[in-house]
Design a protein around this ligand. Structure first.
Ligand code: COA
Length: 351
């Protein structure tokens, strides 16, 4: 159950304390903006239909941030709920996974920390697309293992509707807005402790999901303004295949490192990209449908927010309970992916 980064226990050769510290989940919260867009709403302005969207993606509706709402607004709401669920502890670091920051510069995490009353704590953004939350867990575990922090707030938050061309029917039906968060504390081998975290990337396939404009590559190449370069582009079928392969492979490695078999998994908490990807992944891992909770029908794909949103919702409605053995896995553009395990703990403030 211990992460390689936090394991150990060998006698200190330096005189410094050699204390094995796990990162232990102690709170979870999610926030969806109130405005909802149904498939019929989209079909009223795009050449698509409720039947097509449901069949190909499993999505029926999605929440969208209204005008004037930025990603920090969603992140603060989710962060507040996670901190309350953890019993309101002092947090000494904030990691914000997002691909839709408030501004290119500066990072959004310090703004979120300040608005949560956490002025002065280290706070940084993490860019790993839809795998951002799992990368965020690994970063928090590292901060705790290195004694940079005792308690870390990890938030995944996105306003993906801002980077999707509203005229692009293939992407506008998939991506949506939301935020979720967990609080992790220093601990040992106990319920809530993250197991070994497996991460990976493949930058040779960066063309499968990307935004051409807005960065130094576009400036170097002189991408003309107004050519749609500010919007997300995706090769859907290849993303689909890679998502299933990479999540299955990293899940198997995380399970093996934890000493678990797929039959031990009570809840598969996978990035909510699309219902067909989730079904293919579950079938590939032989984890039955009743152990694969999902929010995709009412959230769409919220990238780095999807896993903490799923955790928060399933804790609240009782689908995820203390003692459940949880496998977490995610995949996104980059390409980037990851997986980890934990036994779900009792939370200080319940749900
Ligand atoms: N409504 C109606 N038709 C649509 C449509 C929509 N919203 N979006 C695309 N189509 C059309 C296409 O234009 C294409 O038409 P054509 O055959 O005339 O060219 C047809 O549907 C089939 O498109 P295709 O892309 O081959 O469909 P698909 O079965 O692969 O499903 C996705 C498309 C996007 C749903 C699917 O590829 C997918 O889920 N990919 C993964 C996306 C994802 O999860 N990304 C994030 C990962 S983190």
């Amino acid at each position: 159950m211990r992460s390689p980064a936090t394991g150990g226990g060998a006698p200190s050769r330096t005189g410094l304390p050699a204390v094995p510290r796990s990162a232990v989940v102690m709170g979870v919260g999610g926030w969806l903006p109130p405005d909802v867009v149904t498939n019929d709403d989209l079909a009223a302005r795009l050449d698509t239909s409720d039947a097509w969207i449901r069949t190909r993606t499993g999505i029926a509706r999605r929440h969208v941030a209204g005008r004037g709402t930025a990603v920090s607004d969603l992140a603060v709401e989710a962060g507040r709920r996670a901190l309350a669920s953890a019993g309101g502890p002092a947090v000494d670091a904030v990691v914000l996974a997002t691909m839709t920051p408030d501004h290119p510069v500066p990072a959004t995490a310090p703004v979120v920390a300040a608005r949560l009353g956490l002025d002065g704590v280290p706070a940084f953004d993490l860019a790993a697309t839809c795998a951002g939350f799992v990368y965020g867990l690994a970063s928090a575990a590292g901060l705790i293992a290195a004694s940079v922090a005792e308690r870390v707030l990890v938030i995944g938050a996105e306003v993906l509707t801002g980077i999707v061309d509203p005229r692009d029917r293939s992407l506008a039906v998939l991506f949506a807005d939301g935020a979720g968060a967990v609080v992790l504390r220093a601990g040992h081998d106990e319920p809530g402790a993250l197991g070994p975290v497996v991460l990976g990337s493949d930058g040779a396939r960066d063309d499968l999901l990307y935004i051409p404009g807005g960065g130094s590559r576009a400036r170097a190449g002189g991408l003309p303004a107004g050519t749609g370069g500010e919007f997300l582009r995706m090769r859907g079928r290849e993303i689909f295949r890679n998502a299933v392969e990479r999540m299955a492979e990293s899940s198997r490695r995380a399970l093996e490192a934890a000493g678990w078999k797929t039959g031990d998994v009570d809840r598969l908490v996978a990035h909510q990209a699309n219902a067909r990807i989730l079904a293919a992944l579950g079938d590939e891992l032989e984890i039955p449908a009743d152990r694969r909770p999902s929010t995709i029908e009412h959230t769409g794909n919220t990238a780095s927010a999807s896993i903490p949103l799923l955790l928060a919702e399933t804790v609240a409605d009782g689908r995820l309970r203390p003692g459940h053995r949880v496998l977490i896995t995610a995949f996104g553009g980059g390409l980037a992916w990851g997986a980890t395990t934990l036994v779900w703990p009792e939370l200080p403030a319940g749900h």
